[in-house]
Design a binder for this molecule. Structure first.
Ligand code: 9MR
Length: 577
């Protein structure tokens, strides 16, 4: 038996593993559900009497390892009692299953290998190329074949008048990736995604190579001859879109979208509605400045002209912020009728990130003055997992790694990273499924949050290497790749039970599966009708408040910033273990 179907039709096995697999030197655990504390329809369990487990080759009966299950652990998020099977001794490359109680239940097969996460890393990178707007895609790998979407973005209209343009005046904001399952393009998640991708590249450049992904897009000659790694090819495409979003005074518009949400089965080319440029914000302008300053460093060896331009863009954005010290989020009537809000009215963490990246890129005094003067209170902030709505941690990292940093202040930030990592590692240790989420964290995009916490652990590990940090970070990778209370992997195309019905217009309109999408995951708040109905009907505990169903945009939609923390989480442990 490899699968128990519950009456909700969900893939359930009581023996949960990372369905992709484990690195040979890593701690390896399966999580075994032994008692369901309520939501009977949502869990399969094994008898509480079962004490032992066996690891076998996926295609054979030999015992590779045997062991005793841990003491029972009450997992609050999952509403279950679980026991863990530690099979870290299995280090030989191969495919395995974990079985408990003499065949009472088995896990799905998984792999142990040094390159076990390479496929996921490649899928994650290619995903962004497949999500390009204004680009013809004919991809032999996935079969995706689409005409360039939203050519009208090259003449998007200003939704409202500003100091530079009248309402209705057109502006070329073509290019860039679609944000998610919708066709909107938004600055803050774009900039934070770029920040996380470029940071992963800066930490482990060797993990990212030119040609590694067979990108389904034309790579410009200048990038091909420079050997620009595929991840940076994709990031550059987005950076070039971001550039178009900048106003002459350095400020950055908020988003590009239409006034109506297209139906879920709409192909990109079928969404022919007028597209608009909406809003403008200081927090988005700050994230833009930070991403551009990072680009100035990262692209310098490959394309000096682009790197110089990126630095100019960053400086211009910073100049706007300096001249406009109050946080501002411009909202025009109707702005959110056909697109997501990504609203934030406060901006200190993002200003700090911008100044710190510019300090790191240039050593310039004016950035140090801003950081040590008006932004100095941010040095007292704890480290929080970086997400679009709070990018402070990216700034804290940039400052502590800047050559021009004040060593004492950098040391304060190092301590803040270590303190936060210790707290996350302790929480992971106490959780039955070793997830870094407390019960309130199972909200919209909880899978992304677990990965962002993994990134904090891995950054702390760069400061003060500690195998507990890497192990706890990998526990979050194990979670999103399938060691979950629901039995699902939360990344499309990865594992035996990935999401197959994501809320995604490109997938729905073409019928093509696109791998590498981290979906929102368990969301106790049920922010869409379908998920809310499921939770009400099943009384699902927080970590089981998930449905693999197209209508559920608050559990089963991907967004560019959900896959973003995966790069660091996969690449750093593979390189450091
Ligand atoms: O990822 C976003 C999440 O943090 C917010 O809680 C949610 C509600 O505002 O919006 C999510 O972002 C969506 C965006 O607004 C529009 N494109 C799809 C995004 C993923 O659902």
């Amino acid at each position: 038996m490899t699968e128990l179907e519950s009456d909700t039709g969900r893939p359930e096995t009581p023996v949960r593993v990372n369905q992709v697999g484990y690195l040979p030197p890593a701690r390896k655990r399966a999580v075994v559900a032994v008692e369901d504390a309520g939501a009977g329809a949502l869990a399969a369990t094994v008898d509480a009497e079962v004490q032992s487990f066996t690891v076998r080759p996926a295609d054979g009966d030999d015992a590779v390892a045997t062991g005793e299950l841990s003491d029972p652990i009450h997992d609050e998020g999952a509403g279950e009692v679980v026991r863990q099977a530690d099979f870290s001794d299995v280090t030989e490359t191969g495919d395995y299953v974990v079985e408990v109680g003499d065949g009472a239940a088995r896990s799905v097969p998984f792999r142990v290998a040094p390159d076990v996460y390479e496929g996921a890393l490649v899928d994650a990178t290619r995903l962004y190329a497949l999500k390009r707007s204004n680009t013809r895609i004919d991809d032999p790998v996935t079969g995706l074949n689409v005409e360039p979407g939203h050519p009208q973005d090259e003449r998007a209209a200003m939704r409202a008048r500003d100091e530079f343009r009248d309402a209705g005046e057109t502006i070329d904001v073509g290019g860039g990736w679609y944000d998610a399952g919708d066709y909107g393009k938004y600055v803050p998640p774009a900039a934070v995604t770029l920040g996380q991708q470029l940071l992963a590249y800066e930490l482990v450049p060797d993990a990212f190579e030119s040609g590694q992904c067979d990108l389904p897009v034309d790579v410009p000659e200048v990038d091909r001859s420079a050997g620009l790694p595929d991840l940076l090819v994709e990031a550059k495409f987005e950076l070039e879109w971001l550039e178009r979003m900048q106003r002459p005074d350095g400020a950055v518009y908020h988003k590009v979208a239409g006034d109506e949400w297209p139906a879920i089965d709409t192909l990109p080319v079928e969404d022919t509605q007028q597209r608009y440029v909406y809003g403008l914000s200081t927090f988005g302008t700050a994230t833009y400045a930070a991403a551009m300053a990072m680009a100035a460093r990262v692209y310098a060896p490959f394309d000096a002209a682009f790197a110089d331009r990126a630095l100019e863009n960053a400086r211009d954005a910073f100049a706007y912020l300096a001249a406009n010290p109050e946080p501002a989020f411009r909202f025009d009537e109707g702005q959110d009728d056909g697109s997501g809000p990504y609203r934030k009215d406060e901006d200190r963490g993002e200003r700090f990130w911008a100044a710190a990246e510019l300090l790191k890129a240039t050593g310039g005094d004016r950035y140090a003055d801003a950081l040590h003067g008006p932004l100095a209170d941010v040095f007292d902030e704890p480290v929080r997992a970086p997400v679009w709505s709070d990018a402070t941690a990216l700034g804290q990292w940039a400052y502590r790694s800047a050559e021009a940093a004040d060593p004492e202040r950098a040391a304060v930030l190092d301590d803040a990273f270590l303190e936060r990592a210790d707290a996350i590692a302790t929480a992971v240790e106490a959780d039955g499924h070793r997830v870094a989420l407390d019960t309130d964290d199972y909200h919209w995009a909880s899978a992304k949050l677990a990965l962002a916490k993994a990134d904090v652990l891995l950054l702390a590990n760069e400061i003060d290497p500690d195998e507990c940090y890497v192990a706890a970070a990998l526990d979050q990778v194990h979670y999103v790749l399938g060691r979950t209370p629901t039995g699902y992997s939360y990344v499309t195309g990865q594992g035996t039970y990935p999401p197959r019905n994501p809320h995604d217009r490109l997938v729905e309109s073409t019928g093509v599966e696109i791998p590498g999408m981290v979906v929102s995951g368990a969301n106790r708040n049920g922010d869409d009708d379908y998920l809310a109905g499921f939770i009400a009907e099943t009384d699902a505990p927080p970590a089981k408040s998930y449905v693999d169903a197209v209508p559920s945009y608050s559990a089963n939609e991907w967004a560019i910033d959900y896959t973003a923390p995966l790069f660091l989480a996969l690449a750093v442990p593979s390189a450091r273990e």
